[in-house]
Design a protein around this ligand. Structure first.
Ligand code: PHE
Ligand code: ZN
Length: 881
């Protein structure tokens, strides 16, 4: 494990490398404890560089066995090799030479899952961001593009399958039961996209004919016996390939495209050129083992990694500060793909919920950073919701500002101008300026400035003059190391809704640029006057979530309820009801804190029933509307002095009140939605299941609810329904016979299936209340749990710390103690996973003083632990700062 060197990397320090590596040959001789890697690099001095500066290559924990330049062994005095660097002080003056390096590594001992490691006996690699330097010494930075030829040798019985990037060019037998394969990738690529897989795996094969008629062989590799579970992923892959041709004009460029599923993986998946490596959780699915959410995630992530082939691989990043160049853009592309494959409105609501749940707290807390950060200590900690999700929102805003046609022209120009480049955000913005003639310099602040802008709006109508006026003000709150903020260009989509629910036309508008239903805010304050407005409209703002902001609109509950029923924009319709619910829950929280029972407006309670039974709305939309804001959502709106127990009490009270008011309607609807057979994972079927399961959640809060939930569990014919019933039982009826039986039967049925057991862990880790700590502690002893597997750790510990407000933030600090012990235990093996877990404390300052003090103690305990990894120290220190 690399301990912290305290080094800070800064964007402004970027300098191109003195040397380039136009071609890279690698030969791997694989064995678990002693793998040898021979790298044959063509090194070339960059044009314009004077003299023969030292060549400094990155390494990480390497042992150098052999070093030659142009076929001659280098004298020990001519170089300096340490575990993390190789310096050749006087490289050949000609400036072009062959460098041969032999290193030795031990994949079986690699628990950090970076570089070459073993997962279930399969050799695999993970090189983004800086894992390649754990394989060989290299210029391990994304602006060094090289053409790779890779020869893999292994024992045939241990690894019949030998894969790397690009196209297969040769294979054959060697002595003593060994064999080899050679792969060549004609596209120059950065080292972080290198990949190798060797092992004994099952294969699902298919093929795809591209728009220009090239036939591509597709393979998905999984554990033997699980091939059937990869058919949905294969289908998603083919749909992604077609969609990228149709919507972005992007065609695949190699003869083969392979995906390998592994069970030990730090992240979701990785876009290595021609050889994507996936966390098996995002490949394997059938109705028996995967929920509808799993199916949707698989579709999205398969697409995401595939789309990286153009946005990330053909055009990569100049340096890691530009990470959002590939990630924000590729998330935007996968969002659009899912919107086209499913329901656009429902997808948009889900995206915004995710953004608010993950990115807003990041942007509003100590870990806030711009979409394009200016400094980092550990790049692994910048694979964040801000870079990914807010990065995607920024691309979406570019499309909103330019319009779909100019946006597509800009993308075409981006591909044409920068194919083969390691590019920057400036390059990206420039193509859109060039195609549209617009100046995007103020807009660019979205990349440079951290923090969620707040927009405050109030409207007034003058019946006599027929004028409707919106007073709009923007402010960006200070974030770490950025106390003064500049004014942003915020595209605010809007509608003036008449009493029939139709958008009103206006005669004229002044006070801001308004075009195509979008108000362009550029100043601190705009007074926007619409003329020709006879009747007072209900104003619908930030339609489709056109900008990633918080919005404070002075608006009556009646107006909100009206919009919740009549807004023509589905997102805003959902938002209006959600805002009503949030305001209600905040009031309930205050009542509980004041020792009073919360009471609720009968209109609101009835509105829930109206929405639930409105057959003009998609079931999936209704399900999303009925889901009450979670405790973390309410806490975020309140902002300080949070007592999660009081939040939960208020939320449970509202659940009960909604259920009681709508009991008959909900029961009838629940019965009418009876699970359709045969199962189909499509969006419409999933939407019906979602609605039925939300109704179950409400009905289970009423007397007799435990019986209903028990029956729902027993009758379930797919994992979506089974897991939904199990959560209701384990959370709301813990200790009941039905809950105990359901937990036991689920365990007995799936104890051999690690990915399904993750759900069992998750459900129990999110048990509300004080008992969660003991539940989690004892589950850590369960035979299916493993502290070295990231999926297990995230399911049990990650869920507990980031999705269980009342359990984790237990008033006596016992949740934090468990958390500290576990984070430190994980860190010894896998610093990256530990650092990500540790971000669960990022909102500690918004807690009430007692919990706040205990959370701070926990952070201090971690920060005073000796030899912390760079990853964990970076998170803890920024969280405390
Ligand atoms: N680049 C991957 C993706 O988003 C994420 C990833 C980063 C995976 C780092 C592994 C390591 O598609
Ligand atoms: Zn990505």
């Amino acid at each position: 494990m690399r301990t912290d060197t305290g080094q800070v990397f800064r964007l402004e320090d970027y300098r191109p490398s003195d040397y380039l590596i136009p071609s890279t040959g690698l030969t791997f001789r694989l064995s678990p404890d002693e793998t040898t890697v021979v790298a044959e690099l063509t090194v070339e001095r960059r044009n314009g560089v004077k003299g023969a500066p030292s060549l400094i290559l990155d390494g990480d924990g390497l042992v150098l066995r052999r070093i030659e330049i142009d076929g001659k062994t280098l004298e020990p005095s001519a170089y300096q090799a340490s575990a993390d660097q190789l310096v050749i002080a006087n490289p050949p003056a000609s400036g072009r030479f062959k460098l041969l390096l032999e290193t030795q590594i031990a994949p079986s001992k690699n628990e950090a899952l970076m570089g070459l490691y073993r997962s279930n006996g399969v050799y695999c690699t993970q090189c983004e961001a800086e894992g390649f330097r754990r394989i060989t010494y290299f210029l391990d930075r994304p602006d060094i593009l090289s053409v790779y030829t890779v020869r893999v040798e292994a024992r045939r019985d241990e690894a019949p399958l030998l894969l790397s990037n690009g196209n297969p060019i040769e294979s054959g037998d060697l002595e003593d039961g060994w064999h080899y394969a050679v792969w060549h990738d004609p596209f120059p690529k950065p080292s972080y996209l290198f990949a190798l897989v060797a092992g004994d795996l099952g294969r699902v094969g298919d093929s795809f004919v591209t728009a220009s008629g090239r036939s591509v062989e597709l393979g998905i590799y999984v554990e033997h016996g699980k091939e059937r579970l990869a058919t949905y992923a294969m289908d998603a892959l083919k749909r992604s390939m077609r969609w990228d041709e149709e919507v972005f004009g992007c065609e695949y460029d190699l003869d083969v495209f392979n995906i390998v599923a592994v069970s030990d993986f730090n992240m979701g998946a990785m876009e290595n050129k021609g050889l994507n490596i996936f966390n098996d959780k995002y490949v394997l699915a059938d109705e028996e083992t995967a929920t509808d959410t799993d199916f949707a995630n698989i579709e999205a992530i398969i697409a995401h990694e595939y789309f990286h082939n153009w946005t990330g691989n053909r055009i990569t990043c100049r340096d890691w500060f530009q990470l959002c160049l590939k990630e924000g853009l590729t998330v935007f592309r996968d969002h659009e793909f899912s919107a086209d494959q499913r329901s656009r409105a429902v997808k948009r609501i889900a995206e915004v919920r995710t953004l608010r749940a993950h990115q807003f707290p990041e942007d509003q807390g100590p870990l806030a950073h711009p979409v394009r950060p200016r400094r980092y200590r550990e790049i692994n900690n910048f694979y964040t919701a801000t870079v990914y999700e807010k990065g995607s929102e920024v691309v979406r805003m570019i499309r909103t500002i330019l319009g779909a046609k100019a946006f597509r022209e800009g993308m075409d120009l981006y591909f044409e101008r920068h194919d083969g480049d390691a590019a920057t955000i400036e390059d990206f913005l420039k193509v859109f300026e060039d195609v549209s003639g617009q100046d995007l310099s103020q807009f660019a602040l979205w990349y440079h400035q951290a923090g969620t802008p707040n927009v405050t709006v109030s409207g007034s109508h003058n019946a006599a003059s027929g004028e409707f006026t919106l007073e709009i003000e923007q402010s960006v709150p200070p974030t770490p190391s950025e106390s003064r903020k500049r004014l942003m260009h915020i595209p605010l989509a809007f509608g003036l809704v008449d009493p029939d629910g139709k958008d009103m036309a206006y005669a004229d508008v002044e006070g801001a640029d308004v075009a195509d239903g979008v108000i362009h805010l550029r100043k601190r304050r705009h007074v926007v006057k619409f003329s020709g407005i006879a009747e007072r409209p209900s104003v619908s703002l930030n339609r489709g979530f056109s900008a990633p902001i918080t919005l404070s609109v002075a608006q009556s509950a009646e107006d909100r309820a009206f919009l919740a029923r009549h807004d023509s924009d589905a997102f805003s319709r959902w938002q209006a009801f959600n805002t009503l619910l949030t305001e209600t829950l905040i009031t309930a929280f205050r009542s509980v804190l004041g020792g009073k029972a919360p009471d609720f407006s009968p209109e609101l309670l009835k509105l829930a029933g109206t929405i639930a039974t409105d057959e003009t709305l998609e079931p999936a939309f209704r399900a999303l509307a009925l889901m009450l804001p979670g405790e973390a959502d309410i806490a975020r709106e309140i902002g300080n002095n949070i007592d999660p127990d009081a939040l939960r009490a208020g939320r449970e009270a509202l659940t009960f009140a909604v259920a009681k008011t709508n009991r008959e309607a909900f029961s009838a609807l629940y019965a009418s939605l009876n699970a359709a057979r045969p199962f189909s994972p499509d969006a419409a079927s999933a939407g019906k299941r979602a609605l039925r399961n939300v109704l179950l959640d409400y009905l289970s809060a009423l007397p007799g609810g435990v019986g209903l939930a028990g029956d729902h569990f027993a009758a379930a014919t797919n994992m979506t329904d089974r897991a939904a019933a199990l959560s209701v039982l384990a959370h709301r009826h813990r200790g009941s016979q039905q809950a105990t039986d359901a937990l036991a039967s689920f365990e007995a049925r799936y104890c051999k299936d690690a990915l399904v057991m993750d759900k069992w862990f998750q459900i129990q880790a999110s048990t509300p209340g004080a008992e969660a700590v003991d539940i989690v502690r004892s589950l850590m002893e369960h035979p299916a749990f493993s502290i070295s597997n990231p999926n297990r750790v995230r399911s049990l510990i990650g869920t507990f710390a980031s999705a269980n407000q009342t359990g984790f933030h237990r008033a006596d600090g016992a949740g934090y103690q468990l958390f500290v012990d576990t984070v430190l235990a994980v860190e010894k093996r896998n610093p990256q996973v530990a650092a990500r877990l540790a971000t669960a404390l990022r909102s500690w300052r918004s807690l009430e003083p007692g919990r706040q003090a205990k959370a701070r103690e926990a952070l201090l305990t971690m920060s005073s632990t000796p030899n912390l990894s760079a990853d964990l120290r970076d998170i803890i220190e920024r969280t405390l700062a």
